[in-house]
Design a protein around this ligand. Structure first.
Ligand code: ADP
Ligand code: TRP
Length: 336
């Protein structure tokens, strides 16, 4: 039997953070053991916000090196850069004709940008480009082009994957066959929303992230910024309501978690000490990956080579799907 396909993308908008790692990268790599995996760097999605060409190029390397340092094996996983697969943009254009405008009005990234403008008393569409507005169509093309069954993502991307499924269904209904595979988001229960320094969802847009490959000293300094309540050292603390402990759980063994939870409840441990404990498990966990990351990012030619080989393989798969779709809608199949 043919293996099912798992696909996900990460936007190159800076070195990924702990939320990206536990919400998307690690679950995706876990799935690659069972599924036919296709993982990529979504540089056209990043273009909506990143307009500095040097920076964009650099951030593509950062995300590529992160995937590789996290254990992605390009021999086993189809690994590529979105902009190297132009079939994506052809399919995106086709999907536009099957996407109701109202659906895009409901997409949360667009909706929250409009809301922010309204609150600031600006024109609702101030600073909003068509790339942001049609973001879910491009994402649907990424997904549908590779006959994807599951999309490992954090909870915030669930709506986008549902939109990809809606768009696929609309096309399938119109051409009267199972032309496109209907995708489903796969959200890992324990890491669906990793919290940031301030206890809100960790996100670049909230400026509360812990970057994956900070050198030890900087990591320590960043963790000391975690916001806490005013409970004193002697007071017993509830580990379940502390986001220091929530983060600790991601890195510690069950045994370590049990022991530290007891110390929280017993009192006598201040927040500073709780942060120190977090630093220690985190630094131990991340050190080997960090070392790999800096070695990989130093060899850009090697990254280029991996991405080039990935692009060639990805284009073959993509051309096949695109040919099928072009034929079904009545334009020149061109690709086969
Ligand atoms: P950001 O919100 O920081 O801009 P992205 O939108 O680039 O992050 O997210 C890349 C991937 O990481 C997506 O699959 C997203 O769902 C996941 N992700 C991002 N932040 C978190 C988080 N705090 N917890 C779990 N998953 C997350
Ligand atoms: N929109 C995703 C994010 O912001 C990135 C992305 C682009 C993606 N295309 C995708 C994720 C296709 C999964 C599948 O994180």
């Amino acid at each position: 039997m043919q293996k099912k396909v798992s696909l996900t993308g990460i936007k190159p908008t800076g070195i990924p953070h702990i939320g990206n790692y536990f919400g998307a990268i690690r679950p995706a790599l876990e799935l690659s053991k069972e599924y036919e995996a296709r993982y990529f760097i979504a540089d056209y999605h990043a273009l909506n916000s990143v307009k500095d060409p040097h920076l964009l190029k650099e951030m593509v390397y950062e995300v590529a090196a992160t995937w590789l340092a996290s254990g992605l094996d390009p021999e086993k996983v189809l690994f590529y850069r979105q902009s190297d697969v132009p079939e994506t943009f052809d399919l995106a254009m086709i999907l536009m004709a099957f996407t109701p405008k109202g659906l895009m009005n409901r997409a949360h990234a667009y909706k929250s940008a409009v809301q922010e403008n309204e609150q600031a008393g600006k024109d609702p569409d101030d600073g909003i480009n068509m790339g942001l507005y049609t973001y879910p169509v491009l994402m649907a093309a990424d997904i549908l082009l590779f006959d994807t069954n599951v999309v490992p993502v954090g909870k915030d991307q669930k709506q986008h994957v549902e939109m990809a499924a809606d768009i696929a269904q609309s096309l399938n209904r119109t051409v009267g066959k199972n032309l496109l595979v209907i995708p489903e988001a796969k959200i890992s229960e324990s890491t669906q929303t990793v919290v940031g320094l301030d206890g809100r969802k960790m996100s670049k847009s909230y400026n509360n992230t812990i970057s994956l490959f900070l050198p030890s000293k900087k990591l320590h300094k960043t963790l000391m910024k975690i916001v806490t309540n005013s409970q004193g050292v002697e007071e017993p603390k509830d580990p379940e309501t502390s986001h220091i402990f929530t983060l600790y759980k991601l890195f510690a063994t069950p045994e370590q978690q049990k022991k530290l939870a007891q110390r929280y409840r017993a009192g006598g441990m201040g927040w500073g000490e709780a942060k120190q404990e977090l630093f220690e498990v985190m630094d131990t966990y991340l050190a080997p990956m960090r070392e790999k990351y800096y070695a990989i990012i130093d060899d850009k030619e090697h990254i280029d080579k991996i991405l080039k080989e990935g692009a060639e393989k990805a284009r073959q798969v993509a051309a096949h799907t695109l040919g099928r779709v072009r034929k079904a809608i009545g334009v020149n199949p061109l690709y086969r």
